[in-house]
Design a protein around this ligand. Structure first.
Ligand SMILES: Cc1cc2nc3c(=O)[nH]c(=O)nc-3n(C[C@H](O)[C@H](O)[C@H](O)COP(=O)(O)OP(=O)(O)OC[C@H]3O[C@@H](n4cnc5c(N)ncnc54)[C@H](O)[C@@H]3O)c2cc1C
Length: 388
């Protein structure tokens, strides 16, 4: 990939986004100096992502790591929607979609801790790329002004020592509470909305195969809505480890959420299991935020090309073409709008739980736009199965 005159890049955050970006940028020719700064002492091992959809798969392929992910992970085949009593509403067989081997973009399961370890290993093989742990970004000294051709950060290193780092570009990959975002756009300028209902994610060893459960199921219920997805294990993808994530009541403290877990499992899972019938490996509550900044880039231009032009070029280079043309015209239209990001609609909605759609809303059988959910789903499945 040709390098549009960048000599140095700082990436803030050594999570999956920052490490993957470093790996992709390391392909530029000539390769710029790439410095990754992370506040933590080491990789974050907390259980989070397990399933990667086609946009991520395309990037894994581009970074040269898809083969290993596919070898050690697994591709779920059967996905379905059920009622709380276990009755199957509808579903489909994903193997219809992922017969393309490494050329296919099919959903793949691979634990995020393992992904980060793989990415860090690959990043370390590249000369000119460094990962500096225990380096917390605390301030932005320059880079916001349209005249700025570089940007500088204030960084707190080991022992609290403060240092200034400067580069052509600084990229914030520092997660949902991003310091870089706050420094760029202000503490509270983050349009969109946050769900008022929390979700509790667990990794659980449990035998759901005896109930005939498939690789992934979404259980539709106004109270006990949840997902149970087989996530296997590092050593053996066929082991009975499941990501069971369920919706909870708004307004509960983390302690209350954790206390209710045994009761929730007994009420919602097939066979109404007692704690002696399963083993929780991890559990943690999280909130869903549908927010996005208004501009992804700020500051001045670099070299002869404005950043707007660079972004336009990158968008053209990296267009994601959705499988079988689903939503393709909408995605292309969104990609054509610059500089708005493609994936999010910024809307000031208060409380997703009150917005009508979804398994938790007042009309659980309807989508947000009031279309019957399962009728639409059945149409999509019929199209898929027809090879459309
Ligand atoms: C329970 C759960 C399940 C999920 N499941 C999926 C899934 O199946 N599929 C999927 O695609 N996504 C999933 N996600 C989302 C996915 O895990 C996240 O989108 C992803 O981890 C974000 O990666 P990131 O690199 O952007 O940020 P993070 O992983 O949050 O990494 C940010 C890094 O920045 C560092 N940092 C923060 N502040 C500073 C600072 N001031 N200075 C320096 N460094 C800093 C942090 O130490 C951290 O290492 C899930 C999330 C959760 C919580």
């Amino acid at each position: 990939m040709a390098n549009p005159q960048l000599s140095s890049i700082i990436i803030v955050g050594a999570g999956p986004s920052g490490l993957l970006l470093a790996l992709l940028l390391a392909d530029l020719s000539p390769r710029p100096d790439i410095t990754i700064l992370d506040a933590a002492p080491t990789l974050n091992e907390a259980p989070r992502a397990t399933h990667y959809g086609s946009p991520a798969i395309q990037l894994f392929r581009k970074a040269g790591i898809l083969e290993e992910i596919r070898r050690d992970g697994y591709m779920p085949e059967k996905i379905c929607w059920r009622k709380l009593n276990g009755e199957r509403i509808c579903g489909y067989d994903r193997s219809l979609l992922h017969d393309g081997g490494l050329d296919g973009d099919g959903l793949t399961v691979y634990w995020v801790g393992r992904l980060c370890a793989l990415l860090e290993r690959e990043v370390k093989k590249r000369t000119g790329v460094s990962v500096q742990w225990d380096h917390k970004v605390t301030g932005l000294k320059s880079g916001l002004d349209p005249q700025d051709t570089s940007a500088s950060l204030e960084v707190e290193g080991p022992g609290g020592k403060s240092t200034t780092y400067t580069a052509d570009y600084i990229v914030g990959c520092d997660g949902g509470n991003s310091t870089v975002r706050r420094l760029m756009h202000g503490q509270r300028n983050f349009p969109g909305f946050s769900w008022d209902v929390p979700i509790v994610a667990t990794n659980t060893m449990i035998d759901l195969d005896r109930f005939g459960w498939e690789d992934t199921q979404f259980v539709i219920d106004p109270v006990h809505w949840f997902m149970a997805a087989r996530i296997g294990a590092h050593e053996d993808p066929k082991q009975n480890i499941w990501r069971i994530s369920y919706g909870e009541k708004a307004g509960l403290s983390n302690e209350e959420l954790m206390e209710r877990q045994e009761m929730k499992f007994e009420q919602m899972l097939p066979g109404h299991p007692k704690p002696s019938e399963y083993r929780i490996l991890n559990k943690s509550p999280y909130r869903v935020h549908q927010r996005c900044v208004e501009r992804m880039r700020v500051g001045g231009s670099n070299g002869g090309q404005s950043k707007g032009e660079q972004q336009q070029q990158n968008v053209q280079d990296d267009q994601h073409i959705p499988a079988n043309g689903f939503n393709a015209s909408e995605v292309r239209a969104a990609l054509a709008r610059e500089p708005a990001p493609a994936a999010y609609k910024i809307a000031e909605v208060t409380g997703a739980a009150n917005s009508g759609g979804g398994a938790w809303g007042p009309k659980p059988n309807h989508m947000a736009n009031n279309q019957p959910f399962f009728v639409q789903l059945a149409k999509q499945i019929a199209t898929l199965e027809g090879g459309g």
